[in-house]
Design a protein around this ligand. Structure first.
Ligand code: NAD
Ligand code: MG
Length: 389
């Protein structure tokens, strides 16, 4: 008998979350949503809970949770968790087959580790959690024999290209990068870029943080570290090419000189649907590439002066096991400060650079020390005076 896959969707109200819901809605026989979460958007979460008849709900922001309970926003039949531990509780107390991790930031690490321990497959959009705790996540995945399926389009492309090949014959992977909102801004004008300008992505429609990360290319830096963990690669095997059309999502270069690529239009629906049905495939009503019309694809090496965050990611890789944690936390805080107009666009890489240089790390690695370094870096990045950068 056909059994619906039970899905927990963390970050149901976001950009990846909405794309995931759109696919699930097209295949009501194949999926049952058993849990959803959001941080502050309780109205949208209640609407999703209602549409999909979701039994378990988490609102991770405590005050939003309190107001939602007072306003009786959710059905009496559903279980609602609130506050700092809501995501962990939702995972702990819900039975599922797959968790789609579509919340933003390193906050996703704890519930994802719990989900792996419970034996749920993971469809992972969030990259920050791997950059912070990649070694713990990959160990837990092996130990619990679950699938870790990458939704991030570049890594989804590599995952597809590796299929059927022996990864020991891999020479390098090449992540494609659109170049983001400031790819044509004169380099000496980058310091004038406003948050509103940085949030205008030329090809993709995504959440605010990742769109700003695309403009600085910290997103590609995070993705290099994400790839290091997902595919067990060395820094010299990780490369980036600028590809303004965002149609080739990445390349795999083999030792015999051949290169494989995965192509689709710049929409996350293709990667999300691939993960939801893996290893099966279903039709997708979204238009795919049309080879009856002419189009061209361009590639170029990214300019180091325009994208200092990229080089800093290689530095973070050299500073393992804490470099990724420092890179990610410094970037999260710097982006937040940039959105609040407390620092300039060009201060973002400077804050990451200072943090990589100054944060003191212990000799040994534990999950506690990793979370401590994450917190130390956040405190440090928050107090840096931009005038001194
Ligand atoms: P978004 O900002 O649109 O949505 C974020 C979701 O996370 C929302 O549901 C929000 O309620 C929740 N959230 C926000 N802060 C939270 C917190 N502190 N605790 C718990 N939940 C919180 O983000 P998005 O663009 O959908 O991206 C989600 C993740 O997927 C990010 O890690 C991003 O890097 C990654 N990703 C996104 C895309 C894309 O196309 N949007 C592509 C590749 C990877
Ligand atoms: Mg990506």
């Amino acid at each position: 008998m056909h059994k619906a896959k039970r899905i927990i969707l963390l970050g149901a109200t976001g950009s990846i979350g909405s794309n995931t819901l759109e696919i699930i809605q097209r295949f009501p026989e194949d999926f049952q949503i058993v849990g959803i979460s959001a941080h502050t958007n309780s109205q949208a979460l209640a609407q999703i809970a209602n549409t999909f008849q979701v039994p378990s709900i988490a609102l991770s922001d405590e005050s939003t949770y309190q107001s939602a309970i007072q306003a009786e926003l959710f059905s009496k039949n559903s279980q609602v968790y609130g506050g700092d531990h809501a995501l962990d509780q939702l995972i702990q107390e819900t039975q599922a087959d797959m968790v789609v991790v579509a919340i933003v930031g390193a906050r996703a690490l704890s519930p994802t580790l719990k989900a792996i321990q419970k034996g749920f497959d993971i469809a992972l959009a969030n990259k920050e959690l791997l950059v912070l705790g990649g070694s713990f996540v990959t160990q837990a995945v092996q130990k619990n024999k679950v699938r870790l399926l990458p939704i991030d389009s570049e890594h989804n492309a590599i995952f597809q290209c590796l299929h059927g090949n022996n990864s020991k014959d891999l020479k390098s992977i090449i992540l494609t990068a659109s170049g983001g909102a400031c790819r044509d801004t004169p380099i000496d004008q980058l310091h004038t870029i406003t948050p509103e300008q940085a949030k205008q992505h030329p090809n993709w429609s995504m959440g605010a943080k990742i769109t700003i990360d695309s403009a600085t290319m910290a997103n590609k830096g995070l993705e290099l570290i994400e790839a290091r963990w997902l595919f067990d690669l060395q820094p010299h095997q990780l490369k980036v090419t600028l590809h303004p059309e965002s149609i080739v999502h990445s390349f795999v270069h083999w030792i015999d000189g051949s290169v494989l690529a995965q192509l689709s239009p710049p929409s996350m629906t293709f990667a999300i649907q691939h993960c939801l049905f893996y290893p099966d495939k279903r039709t997708n009503p979204k238009p795919s590439l049309d080879f009856d019309t002419s189009f061209s694809l361009n590639f170029a090496p990214p300019e180091p002066k325009r994208y200092p965050c990229l080089q800093l990611a290689y530095q973070a890789l050299e500073q393992e096991p804490y470099g990724g944690a420092i890179y990610n936390a410094a970037n999260e805080i710097a982006v937040q400060r940039f959105i609040e107009k407390a620092i300039r666009f060009t201060d973002i890489p400077k804050i990451i650079q200072h943090a990589l240089k100054h944060i003191q790390v212990p000799d040994t690695l534990s999950l506690e020390s990793l979370l401590q370094i994450d917190q130390d870096t956040r405190d440090y990045a928050l107090q840096i005076d931009p005038k001194k950068l």
